[in-house]
Design a protein around this ligand. Structure first.
Ligand SMILES: Nc1nc2c(c(=O)[nH]1)N[C@H]1C(S)=C(S)[C@@H](COP(=O)(O)OP(=O)(O)OC[C@H]3O[C@@H](n4cnc5c(=O)[nH]c(N)nc54)[C@H](O)[C@@H]3O)O[C@H]1N2
Ligand SMILES: Nc1nc2c(c(=O)[nH]1)N[C@H]1C(S)=C(S)[C@@H](COP(=O)(O)OP(=O)(O)OC[C@H]3O[C@@H](n4cnc5c(=O)[nH]c(N)nc54)[C@H](O)[C@@H]3O)O[C@H]1N2
Ligand SMILES: [Mo]
Length: 757
């Protein structure tokens, strides 16, 4: 399928989630990604892009699993892994027929199209948007609510502060911190590796520059994390090692110290918050009705839970009193069992310190969880194509309930005060995500995956998910199509230009869904009479309109295309979260039930969830180092991989392996106790599964903690052991609580031993 538009050699403006770049093409082949000149800190991830795009692991033609094609058989025995390549026409007919059949037999509630995943930074060809748009326009499907990144926060924060916008990155901006903050407390640290990524792509990467400026301005940094390496050494931060999932206990004890020394900001708590009295009673151990127990949450109480000495907890409380502090919470803290509590208690602690709404002070989320958090930008939305409205949204599931939904159709569960029911799924449609990387407890997922009658996957590469589908359609990568790219927190809107011909018979997701919608008789509802180029035109026109409304002139379409990007200016004024609310809580109330910050929420209390009571509380996570000893003595945390985005291009990163496996970081004491040395192949296992890792000894890791990056492609030994090193072989499927049902991937106890030794 030659379009005839692509010349043999050239340079094209392009964008990935890890940065804007120029695609250099020689003789029709993509050979190099050169970072955009305006980016001060380009991501090394750009280097592996040609290996990703030109990989032998690309899906070249539509393929159908033989067992399904011959007998509609979904069991994975015999010929289960044999795929038959078919013509596009045949494949599209099979997909359209299946969509029509399942819709007729089961209705919208029988089709799962949630399709969670990152796919493209280009917004028109964003696969997840398109699959949902197509299934919504055809009558609806089961979608996923929230995300893996900050699902617990997304549902909790509206109850507490009236909005979840701050967790999307709209927090007090760096210039305000640099000018006014004295102490920056980073729960989960500020790992630079994570700041390479922005959803929708990053024109500029700015975190190191802001951190250096803050340090030069005299801001003191504190890294509260199980890993010293979570803060760059050159920041000269103080490391307070903490056991994973126990930050709430630490903060409750700091609050106890403040209250008992009359150091809490009584005025702010009275004027801007509700429920301090209930929280205070809980902290002091007065045992109010509906609160969990009557233990005083003293530093001595917290120390054995979180592993931080009582004296250190006291010192920290006194250090923060009376100073301008920013408490920043990595998203990781809430991606754990009972993950609501550290975010809620963090807000409560900032309220007690009285810094919320002051320049450079208060609380924030994930200042390094992604690029562009707290970066000054005019308040206009990023380019976004709408998926439309889902007529079947009553059946949607919380994002991380994938396996439970498939395994327990009809079962009831709680979510944010409502009783919901899992639908009975006959067909799964996934475009632009890799659940066989991202979902917890892969062995459970494999059992769940047998349930639906048909699984359809679009991907550019033969991922573990594609290999477990029945019908596989090859998608182009961003290099093979034009698009508009940009994120809601980034200042650059990129004109993405097709650089190479589609690889093999790959097609654009938008074109595939357009064809399917036509076969199913609703092309107009899906396409709205626009081809991809017309959508790009429209989305850019909307950006120009939004910018104009904010007094900003963006170049016209032709100039944007010619330049390859448009740039939004930095606003002159700093953004300070809740500044207006602080100045006048009566005239600028929050959108909570009370209009104030809710340290006790009547609404949450009324739900009567003992796993998320009406105020922040210490609730023991199911598997952490503070829970009773078990056969699984170590706490495994997963981290984002430094060299790639999730599982994308894992095959192009051999240098990141240790002994051929994903690294498994261990404290020297834990390693020695198991006879493990750096470079050894180790087995990580528990009741849920087993995976291999390559040991690296890390003195800056808290004893009892093991850490492994996510994202490796699955590879199985006959006994079911995963050979590449993927933490989701042993991670836990459990909603964070009945309130938010977020993903709890960072809660898991395991044992580790030397493999073959
Ligand atoms: N244990 C553990 N698990 C986790 C996490 C954790 O911290 N610990 N983190 C979670 C989080 S926060 C996230 S966001 C998820 C990420 O999970 P995912 O978003 O599912 O991971 P990716 O590897 O980015 O998957 C994107 C897929 O889209 C494909 N793709 C790229 N471009 C296109 C395209 O144009 N069209 C199509 N059809 N496909 C395309 C890629 O090849 C890839 O397979 O993982 C979650 N899983
Ligand atoms: N290079 C790279 N960057 C990425 C991504 C990627 O795939 N690769 N993915 C992006 C995505 S989708 C997301 S959602 C974000 C995720 O951003 P985060 O959730 O912030 O990232 P993580 O690496 O999971 O965790 C950050 C650090 O928190 C620490 N930590 C873990 N548990 C605890 C705890 O209980 N308490 C404390 N105090 N610290 C803890 C860990 O040591 C870890 O290094 O990253 C984004 N950035
Ligand atoms: Mo994420």
């Amino acid at each position: 399928m030659t379009t005839g538009r692509i010349s043999a050699s050239g340079r094209y403006s392009q964008l990935s989630h890890w940065g804007a770049f120029t695609a250099v093409v020689e003789q029709g082949r993509f050979v190099r990604a050169e970072s955009a000149p305006f980016n001060p800190w380009p991501s090394p991830m750009l280097r592996s892009m040609p290996a990703m795009v030109n990989s032998p692991l690309r899906i070249n033609r539509p393929a159908v699993r033989k067992g399904w094609l011959d007998k509609r058989n979904r069991t994975r025995s015999g010929d289960a892994n044999v795929f038959v390549e078919v013509a596009w026409d045949t494949a599209l007919e099979l997909v359209a027929t299946e969509l029509a059949r399942v819709r007729a037999e089961r209705g919208a509630a029988g089709m799962f199209g949630g399709s969670y995943g990152w796919s493209s930074a280009g917004r028109v060809h964003h696969a997840r948007t398109q699959v949902r748009r197509c299934l919504f326009a055809g009558g609806g499907c089961v979608d996923q609510i929230g995300n893996y990144s900050w699902g617990a926060a997304q549902t909790l924060l509206p109850h507490v502060i009236g909005t979840y916008e701050p967790v999307t990155g709209k927090v007090t901006t760096w210039p305000s911190i640099i000018a006014h903050c004295q102490v920056f407390v980073a729960f989960g640290g500020l790992p630079l590796r994570n700041a390479q990524i922005t959803s929708g792509g990053g024109g500029e990467h700015t975190l190191p520059a802001y951190l250096r400026a803050a340090k030069a301005a005299g801001v003191k940094f504190i890294n509260i994390s199980p890993n010293r390496a979570d803060m760059p050494e050159w920041l000269d931060g103080r490391w307070i090692p903490i056991r994973p999932n126990t930050d709430t206990a630490l903060m409750l004890a700091m609050a106890h110290e403040l209250i008992t020394h009359d150091l809490h900001d009584v005025g702010f708590l009275a004027q801007h918050c509700t429920g301090f009295e209930q929280l205070k009673a809980y902290i002091l151990g007065a045992g109010v009705e509906g609160s969990a127990g009557d233990v005083a949450r003293t530093p001595e109480w917290a120390a054995p839970i979180c592993g931080v000495e009582a004296a250190t907890i006291r010192e920290l409380a006194h250090q923060l009193h009376g100073t301008r502090s920013m408490l920043s919470f990595a998203w990781a803290l809430q991606r754990a069992h009972r993950g609501e509590q550290p975010f809620w208690m963090g807000i409560a602690l900032a309220a007690m310190l009285g810094t919320i709404g002051l320049p450079g002070g208060g609380f924030s989320f994930g200042h390094a969880s992604s690029n562009a958090i707290g970066v000054p930008r005019p308040p206009i939305p990023g380019p976004e194509m709408s998926a439309g409205r889902n007529p079947a949204s009553a059946h949607d599931i919380p994002v991380a309930h994938l396996s439970e939904m498939l395994l327990r159709p009809g079962a009831e569960y709680q979510f944010n005060g409502a009783t919901r029911q899992y639908p009975d799924i006959g067909l799964v449609y996934w475009a632009g995500g890799n659940p066989y990387h991202h979902h917890q407890d892969v062995n459970q997922l494999m059992r769940a995956w047998e349930k639906p009658e048909t699984v359809i996957v679009h991907d550019s590469h033969w991922t573990a998910t594609a290999r477990r589908a029945d019908i596989v359609l090859p998608a182009t990568t961003t290099l093979e199509r034009s698009d508009i790219g940009g994120g809601s927190r980034d200042r650059f809107i990129i004109a993405m230009q097709q650089a190479i011909e589609p690889v093999g018979q790959a097609r654009n997701d938008y074109a595939i869904f357009g064809d399917l919608a036509a076969r199913l008789g609703y092309a107009e509802a899906f396409c709205e009479k626009r081809n991809a180029a017309a959508w790009i035109q429209l989305l850019y026109a909307r950006q120009r309109e939004a910018a104009a409304a904010a007094g900003i002139t963006l170049p016209d379409h032709e100039a944007w295309q010619a330049q390859g990007f448009a740039e939004l200016p930095k606003p002159e004024r700093d953004f300070v979260l809740f500044e207006a609310f602080r100045a006048n809580p009566e005239s600028a109330p929050l959108s909570t039930a009370s209009g104030r910050i809710e340290l006790f929420s009547e609404r949450i209390a009324a739900m009567q969830y003992d796993d998320c009571p009406g105020h922040p509380a210490w609730l023991m996570p199911d598997e952490c180092l503070a829970s009773p000893p078990s056969a699984w003595p170590l706490h495994l945390i997963s981290t984002q991989p430094a060299e790639k985005l999730h599982s994308q291009g894992d095959f192009a990163q051999p240098a990141s392996r240790v002994a051929g496996h994903t690294p498994l970081y261990l404290n020297p004491v834990d390693a020695a106790a198991r006879g493990i040395r750096s470079g050894d192949t180790v087995r990580i296992f528990n009741q849920r599964g087993a995976t291999l890792g390559g040991a690296l000894i890390e003195p800056g890791l808290v004893a009892g903690v093991a850490a492994m990056p996510t994202g490796s492609w699955l590879r199985f030994a006959p006994d079911g052991t995963e050979l590449s090193g993927n933490p989701n072989m042993v991670s836990l499927v459990r909603g964070t609580s009945r309130l938010t049902q977020g993903c709890a991937a960072l809660t898991a106890r395991v044992e580790v031993c030397r493999e073959g030794g």
